[in-house]
Design a protein around this ligand. Structure first.
Ligand code: CUA
Length: 329
């Protein structure tokens, strides 16, 4: 091969690599990494991407070179010269991808093994999924509708479901795990970044699937110790509100809840007047235990779970109703 041809091949490859690298780097393909496990997964992603860019650039270079130099002239109707393949070339283009794919497998296996290690003293949180809410149970027996995690500690989630298959996903943690009835799947998370991240159901599970959201708060070790001792703090009604995850779907200013799935609870008084179904506290109670009795205009029936009649004890229900009617405008 002449030196000019080699230079041309290298030039074409460099152009293809530059364009692909720009696409890879300039578009934010991944969310920020908020856990050790996620950082390892991002490493595998970039390791694979670099290999893919190199292979892509080599193929495009040879392809473009061939299109430029070996295309048939407009008046050329003759057959091409007979060729017999090139054994060395075939061995090379089989061996190199085999090595690269093996390297990707090894790196992935190492990361998977590291990511399933929870250490000897992980915080264990039971995760229960049901249509269409998440419930998180802590070692002290307290249940919440959202996840609170200490930064820097191994957390082992034990994930199951009550009804159908759901799937736990926090994009910033880069891992997904199925929630299957009658089975416990585990997921290890070691948070590295303070903040609030969305918890998303990523398995089609029914009418409210797209709305089956919660959030994960990553807090400092000190704040977490406080959370384990006192819960989220505030009134008993607020605790019931938080334990049942009401805030993932409803906006309610006294609870700093900003959910947008169901009706805004700050406007409860106006809604009760419009519904015309008796006094405010009766209306609130009915809406919790029998959500289909009256569905606020503009919201579909069946999204508010029909589970709270069983799930909330009568005493707690009264605390919640009082809390909501007092805080409503
Ligand atoms: Cu639960 Cu989708």
């Amino acid at each position: 091969m002449r030196r000019g041809s080699v230079l041309q091949l290298v030039g074409l490859g460099a152009v293809a690599a530059a364009i692909t690298t720009a696409v890879a780097l300039l578009i934010p393909w991944l969310p920020v990494s908020a856990s050790k496990e996620s950082t390892r997964i991002h490493f595998v992603y970039w390791f694979t991407t670099v290999i893919a860019i190199v292979v892509f650039a080599a193929v495009v270079a040879v392809l473009a070179y061939s299109v430029i130099h070996f295309r048939a002239r407009p008046d050329d109707d003759s057959d091409g010269p007979p060729t017999h393949g090139h054994t060395t070339l075939e061995i090379v283009w089989t061996a190199i991808p085999a090595v690269l794919v093996t390297a990707i497998s090894i790196v992935s296996a190492v990361v998977l093994a590291q990511n399933s290690r929870a250490g000897s003293t992980p915080l264990v949180v039971q995760v229960t999924a049901q249509q269409f809410a998440w419930e998180f149970t802590y070692p002290n027996g307290k249940r919440y509708g959202y996840l609170t995690l200490p930064k820097g500690r191994h957390v082992k989630l034990e994930i199951t479901a009550k009804d159908v298959i759901h799937s736990f996903w926090v994009p910033e943690f880069s891992q997904k795990q199925d929630a299957v009835p009658g089975q416990t799947n585990t997921l290890v998370i070691t948070p590295t970044r303070l903040g609030t991240f969305p918890v998303i159901c990523t398995e089609l599970c029914g009418l409210g699937h797209a709305l089956m959201r919660s959030h994960a708060d990553v807090v400092t070790t000190a704040k977490f110790a406080d959370f384990m001792k006192h819960g989220a703090g505030g009134s008993p009604g607020l605790a019931v509100f938080q334990e049942n995850g009401c805030g993932s779907c409803h906006t309610f200013r006294p609870a700093a809840a900003t959910g947008k799935v169901g009706p805004d609870l700050d406007g409860l008084k106006a809604s009760a007047a419009k519904a015309n179904r008796g006094p405010l506290d009766k209306f609130i109670e009915e809406s919790i235990v029998d959500p289909s009795a009256y569905v606020a205009p503009g919201f579909p029936d069946g999204v508010m779970p029909h589970i709270y009649k069983q799930q909330i004890q009568p005493g707690q229900l009264q605390q919640l109703v009082q809390y909501l009617s007092k805080g409503a405008k």
